[in-house]
Design a protein around this ligand. Structure first.
Ligand code: FES
Length: 306
């Protein structure tokens, strides 16, 4: 009987090259070569611990079968991440095993418990909003820690309801600052518009909040916000103690700089050029400003919707 041809698999971590026949899966070839290749479900296509990143030769991997398609969909695998136990090859490839130890296993088992498209981390074009409170510093200087913490918690809760009502979520808080994200897994909606609506909702809620502040602390807050639209890496970040969905990347810093620019122009909400382009048809009246942003080179055009 004619034997199916064999191909080479280069293992990046092990710096080794092994043979794999077209009859075998990558996992079978790997185990036959005595590689300590994690495969918690025994190659049933159920655990994803055998996952590999195909660094070269993805065109030589057979299309995903049903089992692999299901896991890839759940965990939002990009094309180059494949289940070694389900994948056969028709040419040479180079791979990197992605699960090395117990830490990796723990992270993967948590990804499985989440029903989220961003369980693995992905790059998405999202709307990033930074807000802070005008007058916060003078408030914090006047009142004891108990009051500060209590007031901020009340503030976060109220603001969170406006953000959630516009399909956003709070990714982080730091003192009076809130970082909110809009548009996650929803490229069909205008996430900049959602962010603008959320800020409007926050200001509506602030009227209620200011009644409380006036009565109890004889003060009032105002909100400043910066809105940017751009690519960020989004995913669940987990320290073991604290877990949160967060975004990272230069565009997050950009949004923070835009928020700070409100002080320079005495404005309350500023949009980056990229964010403004997403909504300009809806807002024909606007003012534009040109400025330098801390940590960035060149001039940036910012927009205030009137
Ligand atoms: S070994 Fe479990 S999915 Fe491959």
């Amino acid at each position: 009987m004619k034997k199916n041809p064999s191909h080479k698999i280069h293992l990046f971590k092990e710096q080794n090259t092994i043979n794999c026949s077209e009859d075998n899966t990558i996992l079978e070839a790997s185990l036959a070569a005595h590689v300590n290749h994690t495969h918690a479900c025994g190659g049933q296509g159920k655990c994803s611990t055998c996952r590999v990143s195909v660094m070269n030769g993805i065109e030589n991997c057979n299309p995903r079968n049903i089992e692999e398609q299901q896991i890839a969909k759940k965990l939002n695998f990009p094309a180059e991440i494949r289940l070694a136990c389900q994948t056969k090859i028709t040419g040479n490839i180079s791979i990197r095993r992605m699960v090395s130890d117990k830490f990796d296993m723990d992270i993967i088992s948590e990804q499985f418990s989440e029903d989220s498209k961003v369980a693995l981390g992905s790059q998405q074009k999202l709307t990033i909003v930074f807000t802070d409170i005008v007058n916060y510093t003078s408030f914090a200087e006047k009142f004891p820690p108990y009051d500060i913490v209590h007031v901020l918690n009340r503030y976060y809760r109220l603001m969170n309801s406006s953000i959630q009502n516009s399909s956003g979520f709070i990714s982080d808080v730091a003192g009076d600052g809130i970082l909110a994200i809009f548009g996650i897994n929803n490229e069909n909606k205008n996430s900049v518009l959602e962010a603008i609506q959320a800020i409007k909702g926050m200001n509506d809620n602030l009227i209620i909040f200011n009644n409380y502040l006036k009565e109890n602390f004889n003060t009032e807050f105002e909100i400043r916000a910066g809105i940017h639209f751009g690519d960020v890496v989004v995913g669940p970040f987990d320290t073991g103690e604290m877990k949160k969905m967060a975004v990272i990347g230069d565009n997050v810093n950009y949004a923070s700089r835009i928020e700070s620019a409100n002080k320079e122009f005495n404005t309350k909400v500023l949009l980056s050029e990229e964010a403004f382009q997403e909504v300009k048809i809806l807002y024909p009246k606007y003012k534009s400003y040109s400025t330098r942003l801390k940590g960035k080179t060149g001039q940036y055009k910012l927009y205030e919707i009137i």
